[in-house]
Design a protein around this ligand. Structure first.
Ligand SMILES: O=C(O)C1=C[C@@H](OP(=O)(O)O)[C@@H](O)[C@H](O)C1
Ligand SMILES: C=C(OP(=O)(O)O)C(=O)O
Length: 456
């Protein structure tokens, strides 16, 4: 995609086919990683901004938008429904449809993005446009029944034509009514889907979460003056019903993605003598539980807040140490859900046991992240025991690069975790299917080299 053109549709429809057929691989060498880096824009926030700015009345200037595949797919889908997106002077300008989405002429191709699919399903159902959604192999194996259930309670009709409640998905909505919904799992995607549908519905929609999850949707509603009430785990939005959705465009700054920073935090925290600064990272407290875990494990971490208005943004300084094992469970899990693969790498290097519990959701991410991490850790000689809802890693382990190819199974976080794992090992490793890294962190390999790594 040429950022200048702003027309993302054709690119998005290309992503899937090329993703499954084009199995790019990377050879990654052991290295001491250190220095300073600035990670690209937050994936969760970028996608929510794309959706809300596309619904708004007027043009929003967005700085720091993630140019990763997931954020591009979501923006393309919004363009297919009438929004205009244009890149100019390093910023993205989105002109919204003032609440009136157009019927897309073609299926919305969501690529690899669970967030894009589930959140946008709520908007599409609420807005009453008829649309179908498709995605790549990984996305087409992920559960969508979790959004069908509440959306159908609100009055939409959701067809899932995949074998097991999976994509392709047909959405027919409109004239929704507000509901009260107790979320069966801690999922910011399901919460956001219901709140976004609720925005269009007649009456009030309330969701209750079992554990606190990332609150970017709520924060963006507040920033856009969309009435929302938050009482602990209970969140309500007043739907506009027949009056239609109306809110004014505004400018957004997307901070660096903490989940991308996590790879470098662990790479340095687990290596005594290494030092790193990561700049301009989003520090929303529902995203940064990894920092608490790393501190518990003995890492030396210093956070400097550079922007305190709204969600804090800041710099993270990490100094490496010999880590100690810890237990990660309960309410902490949703606030580090995407960081668990890389936490398991820290566990392999830590003294004693690192135990991950209550994380069965990992089995329905871009891959089964429990099974894939256990398999990869074992290949490197790590002592690890798989559990239904997590794993127990016993360390410290001397990591030996296996004489095997690591398959990412199309999962960006598995590919990046394997690269960091091997940075502590004995020789070069080949990681297969690395193109998935572009979904969240297209600059990852370049940054790995900038920090002293070697790849080819
Ligand atoms: O709402 C979001 O932006 C996300 C929520 C989480 O998924 P779940 O809601 O499925 O837990 C997370 O894993 C995903 O990377 C992004
Ligand atoms: C699970 C993830 O993303 P999504 O669900 O949006 O595909 C992730 O980025 O780790």
């Amino acid at each position: 995609m040429k950022p200048e053109t702003g027309n993302l549709n054709k690119e998005a429809s290309k992503t899937d086919q090329s993703k499954t057929k084009n199995r790019k691989s990377k050879r990654v060498y052991p290295a001491k990683l250190e220095g300073s880096v600035s990670v690209p824009g937050d994936k969760s926030i970028s996608q929510r901004v794309a959706m809300l700015a596309s619904l708004a009345d007027g043009t929003s200037k967005v700085t720091g938008y993630l140019m990763g595949e997931d954020a591009k797919s979501t923006l393309s889908a919004m363009e297919q429904m009438g929004a205009k997106a244009e890149f100019k002077d390093d910023a993205l300008y989105i002109t919204g449809v003032a609440g009136k989405l157009q019927q897309p002429a073609e299926p919305l191709n969501m690529g690899n993005s669970g967030t894009g699919t589930r959140l946008l399903a709520g908007i599409v159902a609420g807005a009453g446009v008829e649309a179908s959604m498709i995605g790549d192999d990984s996305l087409s194996s992920r559960p969508m029944g979790r959004i069908r259930h509440p959306l159908e309670q609100m009055g939409a009709s959701i067809g899932l034509t995949g074998k097991k409640g999976t994509l392709p998905m047909m959405i027919m909505g409109g004239n929704l009514k507000g509901i009260g919904y107790l979320l069966p799992m801690a999922s910011a995607q399901v919460k956001s889907c219901v709140l976004l549908a609720g925005l269009f519905a007649e009456g009030k929609t309330t969701v209750v979460e079992p554990r606190p999850t990332r609150d970017h949707t709520e924060k963006l509603f507040q920033a856009l003056d969309i009435p929302i009430e938050i009482n602990g785990l209970e969140i309500s939005v007043q739907g506009t019903g027949k009056d239609g959705v109306h809110f004014q465009a505004r400018d957004f700054t997307v901070p660096g993605d903490f989940s991308s920073a996590a790879f470098w935090i662990v790479a340095v925290a687990a290596r005594p003598g290494a030092e790193l600064v990561i700049e301009n990272v989003g520090l929303n407290p529902r995203r940064t539980a990894l920092l608490d875990v790393m501190k518990r494990m003995g890492a030396d971490i210093e956070v400097t807040v550079t922007e305190a208005k709204g969600d804090p943004i800041g710099n993270i300084r990490v100094r490496g140490a010999q880590l100690q094992g810890t237990v990660i469970e309960g309410d902490e899990i949703p606030n580090l859900i995407d960081e668990i693969p890389i936490i398991c790498v820290a566990g392999a290097l830590a003294e004693g046991q690192t135990e991950v519990r209550d994380a069965a959701e990992l089995r329905v991410k871009e891959s089964d992240r429990i099974a894939e991490m256990v398999k990869n850790l074992k290949l490197f000689g790590v002592q690890v025991e798989e559990k239904e809802d997590g794993m127990v890693v016993t360390g410290p382990n001397r990591l030996v690069t296996p004489d095997a190819v690591i398959d990412s199974h199309g999962d960006h976080r598995i590919a990046m975790s394997a690269a960091i794992l091997n940075s502590f090992a004995t020789g070069p490793i080949t990681i297969d299917q690395v193109d998935c890294v572009d979904t969240s962190y297209p600059e990852f390999w370049q940054h790995l080299e900038q920090l002293g790594g070697k790849t080819n």
